[in-house]
Write a protein that binds this ligand. Structure first.
Ligand SMILES: [Zn+2]
Ligand SMILES: [Zn+2]
Length: 349
């Protein structure tokens, strides 16, 4: 089969390799769609720990597919089922795992991060992932490319559950890339009265407004002034930084209404993550600041149900699909930030 493997910084190649052999506790998927994420772009650009010429890694953690084989001990799944797979699996016995937060397990494993992922024709799903409920059966109406976006959307849901987006909130999202657009969509679906999204790029603002009707797009040249004008001097209830910007993180407290909640969703480049905060805003406006990373399986399933119920229009975020053989072209397209989500569709062999 073909697989897009990372061999080192800037060195990703589509290579021929064996279809994984499964044990009695595992299942084999034919990958139908796998979306490129900012994490993939960073892994390719900077390389990844433990990955070198002799230890390549198949990337891809946003995956959907068709079950083609199940081990004899696997219950509840059968060949032919269309599924989406949550990428993170935990040890199963630590406190985080027992709480359901397998994504916070210190021993966690994930497809495309520390075990082979979905930019391949086939994917082996280990017993731990099956036992933890990571394999979610899709209805026939859900396209595979849409299902591949459940993973990033579940991370967005995790963040908004942490920040507590409530009915009638005014929510500001800083950054109108794919994650920012997902935050705007989810905030609307969660009952936010107003969704503001800021991005310096006019093209991104326009693209976002087409996908999130009713949102207001701000150029962000003077974000404080723009936000105060939009909110009549009140500030926003929730501010989400969906961009790797220290300046956005520093500015967030000044944009908030009383009792506001700030979510630092986008990480900052390593070594450049020290931010100076005006803490009197936090004190006198009684603000909460939280972060989030990854998502648990319950959040993954919640997103699948919202999509199936028609409450999220995730499919519209798919800008372009590429064959696995054209992975380098797909990466270049995703890096150009021209569209939103780039999806790899392996050949059906
Ligand atoms: Zn991702
Ligand atoms: Zn654990």
């Amino acid at each position: 089969m073909l697989a897009a493997k990372l061999f080192g910084p800037g060195d990703v190649r589509v290579v021929e390799c064996d279809v994984p052999a499964i044990t009695s506790d595992e299942m084999l998927l034919r990958v139908e769609a796998a979306a490129i994420c900012g994490t993939d772009l960073r892994m390719v650009a900077n390389g990844w720990k433990g990955v070198d010429e002799r230890h390549p890694l198949t990337l891809g953690h946003e995956v959907s597919g068709t079950i083609v084989q199940v081990g004899q001990n696997v219950q509840g799944y059968a060949p032919g089922m269309r599924v989406a797979v949550a990428p993170n699996m935990g040890c199963g016995i630590c406190d985080a795992c027992v709480r359901g937060d397998t994504h916070l397990c210190t021993q966690y494993q994930a497809f495309g991060i520390n075990r082979d992922g979905g930019f391949a024709e086939y994917l082996c799903v280990p017993g731990a992932a099956i036992a933890q409920g990571n394999v979610m059966v899709l209805g026939t109406e859900t396209p595979f490319a849409t299902a591949a976006l459940f993973e990033p959307m579940s991370c967005v849901l995790n963040g908004q559950q942490r920040a507590g987006v409530r009915l009638n909130d005014t929510v500001l999202v800083i950054g109108a890339g794919p994650i920012g657009v997902m935050h705007a969509l989810l905030a609307q679906a969660s009952g936010a009265a107003r969704v503001l999204i800021s991005d310096l790029s006019a093209a991104r603002r326009q693209q976002c407004l087409a996908l999130v009707p009713g949102a207001a797009a701000l150029p962000g040249n003077n974000l404080l002034e723009e936000v105060m004008q939009e909110t009549k001097g009140r500030g926003v209830d929730v501010c989400i930084t969906a961009c790797p910007s220290a300046a956005a993180q520093a500015q967030a407290p000044s944009l908030m209404a009383m009792n506001g909640r700030i979510l630092y969703f986008g990480g900052l480049p390593t070594g450049r993550d020290e931010v100076c905060l005006a803490t009197n805003f936090i004190h006198y406006r009684q603000l909460s600041i939280c972060g989030s990373t990854r998502a648990n399986v319950a959040q993954f399933r919640a997103v699948a149900k919202m999509e199936a119920a028609g409450n999220l229009k995730l499919g519209a975020l798919v800008s372009k699909c590429f064959a696995l053989a054209d992975f380098s072209t797909a990466l270049a397209y995703a890096s150009s930030a021209a569209g939103l989500k780039t999806v790899i569709v392996p050949p059906i062999s």
